[in-house]
Design a protein around this ligand. Sequence first.
Ligand SMILES: NC(=O)c1ccc[n+]([C@@H]2O[C@H](COP(=O)([O-])OP(=O)(O)OC[C@H]3O[C@@H](n4cnc5c(N)ncnc54)[C@H](O)[C@@H]3O)[C@@H](O)[C@H]2O)c1
Length: 253
Amino acid sequence: MMRGLKGKVGIVAGGGRGIGAATARRLAEEGAHVVIGDIMEDWAKDVAADITSKGGSAVGVHLDGTSVESQQAIVAKAVSEFGALDFFHSNLAGGTVGDVNALDCSLDVFDKSVAINAKSHLIATQAALPVMLENGGGAMIYTSSGAASGGSSWQVAYPMAKNAVHALSRHVAAKWGKKGIRANVICPGLVLTEAVQQHMTDQQVESGLKAVPHVRLGQPDDIAAMVAMLASDDGAWINGQVYHVNGGTQMRD
Ligand SMILES: NC(=O)c1ccc[n+]([C@@H]2O[C@H](COP(=O)([O-])OP(=O)(O)OC[C@H]3O[C@@H](n4cnc5c(N)ncnc54)[C@H](O)[C@@H]3O)[C@@H](O)[C@H]2O)c1
């Protein structure tokens, strides 16, 4: 168990499946109250129902992370349902269709990727921070990707947008650290979510595994554990950092 997570209130944006869903479950197991937001409202509600059926505390709501109103609504929901907002896991992603090399990536594809993979995190920050500051502090936890630093040859917009989130996190940490805000980034390596498993061939899984100096590929729970740590009091002195959780695929300072 992490210290100080019991009774805390948090949002998981993009928590309907994959890493976000595993994180919502882990946070609830730790005794946190979790508001799960997803553009697929049914998925968010299903994850919340599963959590509450096991004795946890969660609610699932519709969220369009690219919308100011929707992000403000999910923050308001956390406060009205559970009375506070202590952490926000800004985790959703998408907009990768048509995202190829820099010469062939259309600017429409680029704009869409930036809206989902960078701007949504700023919108989340703008919605959450006023409430956290009023409460005396809180934790922003952003999901980026190993692709941000991996030098991908086949995709340009996604890694550019993810790097922007690193800058956002450092900005938030530097500007509001003295007011009790912490902001950190997690860069997952290849994680075998439902969606990844559906789309990858056995051959791709095998070559993914070859690239990891570890006995297995990532599981959503591996990332959930890092979110739980960063949201908890065990992460109290961690601010403005980027954590690669990847079984050692990229080794970085
Ligand atoms: N799975 C991996 O291998 C991997 C690797 C590196 C980084 N990541 C990052 O981890 C995070 C989670 O990825 P995942 O693999 O669990 O993805 P996923 O597709 O399984 O889950 C993402 C969730 O976000 C939701 N979503 C998409 N657009 C949204 C929007 N506009 N508003 C609200 N919700 C929206 C989706 O409906 C989905 O439930 C992402 O930021 C992704 O870039 C994943």
